[in-house]
Design a protein around this ligand. Structure first.
Ligand code: 26Q
Length: 819
């Protein structure tokens, strides 16, 4: 009998039904007639999983046999979104599954909507990681995504009296059909204790780490299927488990409860995702998470993925670890420790290997977002790693002094150790020194990274720095999210564009085809209808029909300037209430907000409450009914994005220039035929260059202008005093007229804008309103608008994450794709 991997169920409706019923009966343990929707969803998910297993087994074998270099993507976050839709698409089983469910008297769409998305990330960075692993599988590149299996992902947002209330997201509660636990491949992770010097058998002075406690890291693997290519890569997510189920000492002393408590302590490490994405607090548990998952990943790679007795001097031939921001940077001293302390490498030899194994991607420009770890904390948790970082820093600073004539000021600036306000390790400096390549995530960001964030480093190593502009996966964000448009595109230009997105260019001539424009509009109208249905059922929100749909969805942060959008809404409201304009002459508009605030971020939470209060006021005001509406559905997530983005007409990308590293939502909107109103920031710059100025509403200060204004001293009160429209909007807000007569609702946000306005929303207000007037004028010309929308789609193929991955392969990993 040939011991080949299982072939999976037959790829027809019959085979699918059979497997589905088997899953329902034997795994869920219920007959169809007694099964709940959740039973049916789980059985369906497991059925689809069956079809992927052969691909997973074969892919693994092929990669091991070939000894391929692996991309080890190290990311604390993967914001995956629902798995079933993507698995069905990748496996080419959508039609079969639909038919099969129908034969069972079930509705595949209803079952799909049962899935709770694994929200194992905060926002852009986590979603980017999910897009990247999708693209690498589709391009048949060997990649293992390493991360954390948080028991609770990003919180579920609810509103109480318009204020954000966080509810834990128990995505595992109803069963997790997509993961495979591998408890037999658990590894031990050490923490705490102290270090000791000793003399080895060979007479050499050595160091050993004597840890104080440890936990087990249990891997769970998830499938990452390529698009219709039979490739299935792996995501390895680590879960913490107590090493000894019971502390026997305590147990024997009769303190059973204390013994169990110790277990809980260890298992806390992967309990919850930190819901912060911009001003990280130096929390001990967060550092534990970071070390926990990178130490487990490196150990696992060396022990289980590399052949036994592999010569670690050749490690860089087999792995390129990509550091997704600084969150996994503790991997650098960890690899040094393994090579020097456990494998007897000389220091310089170990450093040479380590440097070749890491590349670093920076995702921010905000100084407060750069991670630093206080040395007392690091020393307590990872004493050996702190020593290693100190030694690396000494060597590094010696080089700096040598190269720059003992320039002490420069050495202090570049040091991996910050002295004030507390002694702490600058993770970005450590990453930059170690990495072979350092990249930013959009052209402008990479430029600013070189010139402003890490100028000394780019002077020292100009070739180390590069750019890779972000991208998004067209499988999820075009094909799954927008089936109507996908079909239309295929009809127009044929198949193949989904894995070669630049081919969307072939749509350009269709922008001038009136019949095509008509159909394109019909698709958009259908998408809006789908959104109306969803918001009605999901949130009890009834969107008006026939409005310009103006969408701002992203994390709530001052630099992204939701407050600027809100001021514009208030100004529109005022215009409708004034006698100066005939309401009938204005463009009916619905503004949709979606945003989660970090739970401890006061101003962000105040902004949410204010938006909700203004929305309620406008909603209750008969005078503007049919002309202006604000909707703020709670709990914006990947799943909502998939329905919201394809329905949008206008994409709001209005961060202060120089603050948004890239943005990726901006790309999703353009690819779905929304026009962008945006600042010269992040990837907006490249979107505008590609789609053309005529098809993009640019406004606001450029980054150099922002820097200039900052330097000369920005006074928001002066802007307020000199712009009548702005003054009027702010006064209106402050008076409580936009918040149901309650001025206290607006106080915190208004006070902040008038007194500090760190992100210069007021300075860009007039330009923003003018650009919005251009939006209205263009929207009034339906054909011109549709033409622009089509051109946005046709010219945004560059923003496929397949292209991003090709750039990483060429510029950073020196690996080639098979397709
Ligand atoms: C770090 C330490 C402790 C706690 C939290 C964090 C933390 C977690 C998440 C810090 C930052 C993040 C996420 C950052 C992020 O999403 N950045 C975004 O990355 C996108 C992908 O490159 C860009 O498009 C966005 O511009 C950028 O804001």
């Amino acid at each position: 009998r040939a011991l080949t991997p299982a072939v999976g169920p037959a790829r027809d409706v019959d085979g699918f039904v059979r497997q589905f019923l088997r899953e329902l009966n034997y795994t869920q343990g219920v007959p169809l007639s007694r099964s709940t929707l959740n039973d049916q969803y789980l059985a369906l998910a497991r059925t689809v999983r069956h079809y992927l297993m052969q691909g997973w087994i074969r892919t693994g074998k092929r990669r091991r046999d070939a000894g391929d270099k692996v991309i080890g993507y190290l990311s604390a976050e993967y914001l995956l979104g629902r798995q079933l839709d993507n698995a069905l698409l990748a496996a080419g089983l959508e039609d079969i599954a639909r038919e099969a469910m129908k034969e069972c008297g079930l509705d595949v769409d209803l079952l799909r909507s049962q899935e709770i998305e694994p929200g194992l990330g905060n926002g852009g960075l986590g979603r980017l990681a999910a897009c990247f692993v999708d693209s690498l599988a589709t391009m048949d590149v060997s990649c293992i995504g390493y991360g954390i299996r948080y028991e609770y992902g990003i919180f579920k947002q609810t509103f109480e009296d318009g204020r954000q209330v966080e509810v834990p997201d128990s995505w595992l509660a109803l069963g997790s059909p997509w993961e495979f636990p591998q408890p037999d491949r658990a590894v031990q992770i050490d923490f705490g204790g102290h270090t000791e010097r000793y003399t080895g058998d060979d007479g050499r002075e050595r160091t050993r780490w004597v840890p104080a406690w440890d936990v087990q890291a249990v891997p769970y693997h998830l499938l990452v299927p390529g698009y219709r290519n039979g490739v299935v890569n792996t995501l390895r997510l680590w879960s913490a488990k107590a090493t000894n189920a019971f502390d026997l000492q305590l147990f024997n002393q009769g303190d059973y409860a204390e013994a169990v408590r110790a277990q809980t302590f260890a298992e806390n490490i992967t309990k919850v995702l930190y819901p912060e994405d911009s001003t990280p607090q130096g929390r001990e548990l967060r550092l534990q998470q970071q070390y926990f998952f990178v130490a487990a990943s490196i150990k696992d790679f060396i022990r289980h993925t590399l052949p036994a007795d592999f010569d670690l001097h050749r490690l860089p031939e087999r792995i390129a670890f990509q550091l997704n921001d600084t969150h996994p940077v503790i991997a650098i001293p960890e690899l040094m420790r393994i090579l020097v302390d456990e494998h007897d490498f000389e220091w310089d030899e170990a450093w040479d290997v380590t440097k070749q194994c890491f590349d670093y991607t920076c995702h921010t420009l905000l100084p407060e977002a750069l991670e630093v770890w206080p040395v007392d904390l690091l020393g307590r948790l990872l004493p050996r790693h702190l020593e290693i970082v100190y030694r690396l820093n000494e060597d590094f600073l010696a080089r700096v002094r040598e190269q720059f004539d003992g320039d002490e000021v420069r050495a202090r600036r570049m040091s991996m150790v910050q002295e004030n306000p507390v002694r702490a390790i600058r993770m970005a400096h450590l990453a930059t020194v170690a990495a072979t390549k350092v990249n930013g995530v959009a052209e402008l960001h990479s430029q600013l990274l070189r010139d402003k964030v890490l100028p000394d480093f780019s002077e020292m190593w100009p070739d180390k720095f590069t750019n890779v502009t972000n991208g998004v996966t067209p499988r999820r964000f075009v094909r799954i999210a927008n089936p109507g448009m996908s079909e239309l595109v295929t009809e127009a230009i044929g198949e193949g564009w989904l894995t070669d997105l630049e081919r969307l260019r072939e749509l350009e001539p269709f922008a001038d085809d009136a019949a095509f424009r008509e159909r394109f509009r019909a698709v958009k109208a259908g998408n809006k209808e789908r959104l109306r249905q969803l918001l009605h059922h999901r949130d009890g929100i009834d969107l008006p029909e026939g409005h310009l749909l103006d969408v701002m969805v992203k994390r709530l942060h001052e630099y992204k300037r939701q407050s600027l959008k809100l001021l514009h809404v208030v100004s529109l409201y005022q215009r409708l209430l004034s006698d100066e304009v005939d309401p009938e002459s204005t463009t009916p508009r619905t503004v949709v907000f979606g945003a989660k605030a970090a739970p401890g971020y006061f101003m962000a939470k105040e902004t949410i409450a204010l938006i909700n209060a203004v929305a309620a006021t406008i909603d209750a005001d008969e005078r503007v009914a049919g002309r202006l509406a604000i909707a703020f559905p709670a709990n914006y997530n990947v799943t909502l994005a998939e329905t919201l983005i394809p329905a949008a007409d206008l994409s709001e990308q209005i961060s202060l220039a120089g603050k948004e590293a890239s943005g990726t939502g901006n790309m999703k909107f353009a690819l779905n035929g929304a026009l962008t109103i945006g600042t010269d920031d992040g990837a907006n710059v490249e979107i505008r260059q590609l789609v053309g100025d005529d098809n993009f509403f640019l406004f606001g200060m450029t980054e150099p202008r922002v820097a200039e204004l900052q330097a000369k001293g920005y006074v928001p009160g002066d802007v307020y005093a000199s712009s009548p429209r702005l003054k009027s909007a702010i006064d209106f807000l402050a008076s409580g007229e936009a918040t149901g007569g309650d001025p206290s609702r607006a106080a915190a946000v208004v006070d902040d804008l008038l007194s500090s306005d760190r992100f210069m929303a007021l300075a860009d207000f007039d330009a923003y309103v003018e650009a919005q007037e251009k939006v209205e004028a263009t929207y009034a010309d339906t054909e011109a608008w549709t033409r622009s929308a089509i051109l946005n789609v046709a010219r945004s193929g560059f923003f496929s994450s397949d292209r991003s991955m090709r750039d990483y392969l060429d510029r950073i990993w020196n690996v080639s794709a098979r397709s």
